[in-house]
Write a new protein. Sequence first.
Length: 560
Amino acid sequence: MPFDPRHRSRILLDGRDRAPARAMLKAIGFDDEALSKPIIGVANTWIETMPCNYHLRDLAVKVKEGIRAAGATPMEYNTIAISDGVTMGTEGMKASLISRELVADSVELVARAHMFDAVIVLVACDKTIPGGAMGLLRLDIPGFVLYGGSIAPGKFHGHDVTIQDVFEAVGANARGQMSDADFRELENHACPGAGACGGQFTANTMALALEFLGLSPIGSASPPALDQRKQEVAFRAGQLVVDQLKRGLKPKDYLNRKSFENAIAGVAATGGSTNAVLHLLAIAREAGVPLTIDDFDTVSTRTPLLADLKPGGRFVATDLDRAGGTRIVAQRLLQANKLDGSQLTPTGKTLAEEAAVAVETEGQEVVKPLACPLKPTGGLVILKGNLAPEGCVIKVAGHERLHHRGPARVFDREEDAMNAVTGGKIKSGDVVVIRYEGPKGGPGMREMLGVTGAIVGAGLGETVALMTDGRFSGATRGLMAGHVAPEAACGGPIAALQEGDIVVFDIPNRQLNVELSAEEIQARLARWQPPPPKYTTGVFAKYAALVSSASEGAITQPRL
């Protein structure tokens, strides 16, 4: 039987009994003709609190034009969004990861209530991308995620800069290595307009990951936010979601284990954000696909690092676009047999078919040839050991140290660590430990870009290591281990650390250990008392009560 494009909206809008629903929709401009067509939800994460999502109102207009041109009726609705960059280093940052769940919930909830036949989700800032994907997969109706695009790089003293440079300048200015005048000039020019953060940070990482996964049309993410081509991409996306609906192609019909391995390979090949570990684990759960934290190390180890992108490299997302976009990366990896090219994309074409039309700009230096990768293995490394029995994640972009041994400098919250760095109290060789910042303990697993940026800006990036049960921004660089699990608030071994304990990072052997006997660690944990909850009411308290370990994607699970 052919797929009914109105498989859900008929229930809400057809027949005598549904006259009240039609009457209410006619009050805002929908007529009989519009209500007799398939109804497409346009889930928009527009918000006026950041540049990342600020332009999505304009893109939504074009998406809706495309939907109407293809013979369906769009209905736009909104979700919340939290800016990681704006809230970084404050109590507000705890809301960031929690917002992923609320984005997913709101995408799902409105679409279930209003029985949309398909949904297209407009995203930009970090958590809106996985949140949109999670909500769509819960619905299991035709649709995909459309990324709003990267911000253009800023200009400072004749060279390109991003928000990463501002975070690192905080440390440099605090140490007297950058003048106040230069510091303000950088602040004024780093972010020249709308769009998500410009390096291969979390937003651009997850946009690429969803293309390789099959939840976004490949090539749709590359055009920058304010490039005129983005308007064309949005219009075609509106047409495509209607076409996908008519074909009855639902994401769960074609997402599988190989799809997720493709996404991990795309992240690894581009030196992408460690947050991809959390988010792909969470998305896999919604898709019903088995995936573990160890899979990231396995795929990354067999995947070459090809893209010379910030934070570890030279170039930004707009440079990748000019080089030929994400299709170039996919084409390279397919040539090396590092991807499964048979996996489907929202167009109905396979990943191999989409990559085959890649157009590489002559002389581009952003994506390296297979014969001379930046590094033979990818950027994601999973460590275990007596400090991280469930694992932790490090991004190794190619130049970092592979070993570090030093004394622990222990802090129970991010602000205290930041004050120590900017106050000159962290010395070469130290291991900065920031705990009680995990999914439950934070709650919300804050990113540590303020601290990591300040460490690099203070000239300590090559001699200091850091470990935390919190997260890192995609802009973080250096020897930094995040997502340490179990977290301190759950009695993980990180809670047993004391000032001066010797911590050892051993990247080749995938180990993160403290030089203490198992008996000493257990004795300390036996004396440990869990801290009282930081929030006892509201959304933070609900999240802390329901959230799982970072090793499982920090997903929220009902207590059944």
